[in-house]
Ligand binder design. Structure first.
Ligand SMILES: Cc1cc2nc3c(=O)[nH]c(=O)nc-3n(C[C@H](O)[C@H](O)[C@H](O)COP(=O)(O)O)c2cc1C
Length: 227
């Protein structure tokens, strides 16, 4: 950890409200980092986008992520597997994003949150598994740790929960399937709505609206083809 960083990696009580966009210091090499040792960037300059093992909304979420400025992807282990199943190679994502993988028991890449570089944490799409963990304060994957630690730092979170309607039609690798989320999945989404610093969205359109609002709050814009 460099002297320029505001807090040690295992600290969960520091605040994260630096108002001035100055360069944060380099971070130490960490397992799971694509760019071990690289400087994280100016403070409050990046989106942390967590991908879980959901096929539902995966392509649409990645399309939105690609239109945002300064995005790092944080994958769950299942997320990484599902990307492979949908034939989205990690190398293709690395052309557009910094990619952090879930290779450690203690979610080491979460230490990046303490460098004060992220202004927003997004979990999209979020599996019913991740929604349940986030709703009950569990954190044992990279996305659930990012969500929990962001909340403790007061960093706003946006979660695109997949199982939000009585009937969900979703694209499986080999065709469309109809799912009927159980009461417990729907209840978990409702519980998640009550978690501090979290905004829950239930569709790609709602996710886009929430991101538009967040960009506006940050005085940022969507990337257009001409930008
Ligand atoms: C091809 C494929 C697609 C999947 N899509 C979904 C999905 O849309 N929603 C969901 O809740 N789980 C889905 N799963 C199951 C999750 O990947 C599984 O529950 C996993 O343990 C979730 O881990 P995570 O929440 O840590 O990413 C899918 C699994 C596979 C193999």
């Amino acid at each position: 950890m460099s002297a320029a960083t505001p807090c040690t990696d295992d600290c969960t009580s520091c605040t994260s409200d630096s108002p001035t966009p100055t360069e944060a210091g380099p971070v130490d090499a960490r397992p799971g980092d694509d760019d071990e040792g690289a400087a994280p960037g100016p403070v409050r300059s990046r989106f942390a986008w967590c991908l879980t093992g959901s096929g539902h909304g995966l392509h649409e979420s990645l399309e939105l992520a690609a239109r945002l400025p300064q995005v790092d992807l944080f994958l769950s282990a299942a997320g990484e597997e599902v990307l492979g199943i949908y034939e989205i190679p990690l190398d293709s994502l690395r052309k557009r994003f910094r990619v952090l993988r879930d290779k450690t028991a203690s979610a080491v890449p979460v230490g990046r949150l303490y460098t004060d570089v992220y202004h927003t944490v997004i979990v999209a799409p979020a599996t019913s598994n991740t929604v349940a963990k986030c709703a009950y304060g569990l954190s044992d994957t990279l996305p659930t740790n990012m969500f929990a630690q962001a909340g403790k730092l007061g960093i706003p979170g946006i979660v695109f929960a997949c199982d939000t309607e009585p009937v969900v039609v979703t694209e499986a690798p080999h065709g469309w399937v109809t799912l009927r989320p159980r009461r417990i999945e729907l209840d978990n989404v409702e519980r998640l709505r009550g978690i501090d610093h979290a905004r829950v969205v239930a569709s790609v359109d709602e996710l886009e609206q929430a991101l538009t609002l967040r960009l506006h709050e940050l005085s940022l814009s969507w990337i257009t083809s001409s930008s």
